[in-house]
Design a protein around this ligand. Structure first.
Ligand code: FAD
Length: 286
């Protein structure tokens, strides 16, 4: 596995934003991941984790340390009976398609969410009232010392876009799902419907990172922001999508600073506290 110097993070985030990581690697297997962790430890480097970078704002100054990217590595995907083992780097569209082709139902709601299995479990990704955590049998993680552990969903404290894994103590390396048998054509029809609804509502043609703020209890952040007149607001090349008020799109050369200033503006207009859904890649002492 190569460890690359000064890798621009904008190449690895769906926002197409982010300065250089001092060190960057894409482990292909557990041994690579262990080697990356040892490299960081030996060189006293901070570590940040990237799945596919679809829920993430990387800062303009980049990251002083080692960024470990999972998309592009750890891609094993295997199935026995109704149980699927997926490596952390498997992309959700691949997982959804594989389950559907095998006539296994449950994960269709993930159709159109563009991240990795690892990022989705850490974020407890969800849509249409369902969340990925509910379908898990167990996960395999590696701790910061390189030790492997198996954890049950009950140990991960899943909540709305929340899990214990967000504390950053573990790298998620594999997730195991148990699904139900279903009709292939009904599964395909559900996937098609979800994708169609997303295309109608979301600005999928421009770089973005999905929903910026979480929904407050019983309400939709998008509706609150739309009613507050946020659609079309702009700072630099960061713009609140005219199509969806809870999406920020990068019109070309947006900086992380523009996105952060735009988020402050949105909160000012909304006149209420909304919790960010996107994660900001920072070192604890940055
Ligand atoms: C167009 C669009 C639509 C979206 N729609 C939805 C939606 O409907 N519902 C939804 O929930 N999300 C949605 N998202 C957000 C995003 O796709 C999901 O949160 C996705 O699961 C994130 O996966 P990722 O691999 O890109 O994670 P990243 O964005 O790379 O990382 C997210 C967080 O997880 C951590 N992380 C990632 N992988 C690992 C790992 N292996 N081990 C430990 N930590 C890890 C990162 O450090 C970071 O804190 C959308 C995004 C886009 C761009």
């Amino acid at each position: 596995m190569k460890i690359i110097r000064r890798e621009p993070l904008k190449k690895h985030t769906s926002f197409r934003i982010g300065g250089p990581a001092d060190y960057f690697c894409v482990p292909q297997n557990l041994a690579d991941l262990q080697a990356a962790v040892a490299f960081a430890r030996d060189n006293k480097l901070a570590v940040a984790v990237l799945g596919a970078g679809t829920n993430l704002l990387a800062l303009d100054r980049g990251f002083r340390g080692l960024v470990i990217k999972f998309a592009g590595g750890l891609r094993s995907l295997s199935l026995r009976n109704r149980v699927i083992h997926a490596g952390a780097g498997v992309l959700l569209p691949t997982l959804v398609a594989r389950a559907g082709n095998e006539g296994l139902t449950g994960l269709e709601f993930l159709a159109g969410i563009p991240g990795t299995v690892g990022g989705a479990v850490v974020m407890n990704a969800g849509a249409w009232g369902k969340e990925i955590g509910r379908y898990l049998l167990r996960v395999t993680v590696m701790d910061r010392a390189g030790k492997i552990k198996v954890l049950k969903p009950g140990q991960l404290r899943f909540g709305y876009r929340r899990s214990l894994l967000q504390k950053g103590n573990y790298f998620l390396v594999e997730a195991v799902f148990r699904l139900r048998r279903g009709s292939r054509s009904a599964i395909k029809a559900r996937i098609d419907r979800y994708l169609k609804e997303r295309r109608a509502k979301q600005p999928l043609g421009s770089p973005n990172a999905g929903s910026i703020f979480k929904n407050p209890p019983g309400r939709f952040a998008g509706q609150i922001l739309e009613a507050a007149g946020c659609k079309g607001l702009r700072v630099g090349d960061a713009q609140v999508s005219p199509k969806h008020a809870n999406f920020i799109v990068n019109l070309g050369e947006a900086k992380a600073g523009d996105v952060l200033r735009l988020m402050t503006k949105m909160l000012g207009r909304a006149k209420m506290k909304l919790e960010p859904e996107i994660k900001i890649m920072v070192k604890s002492d940055q």
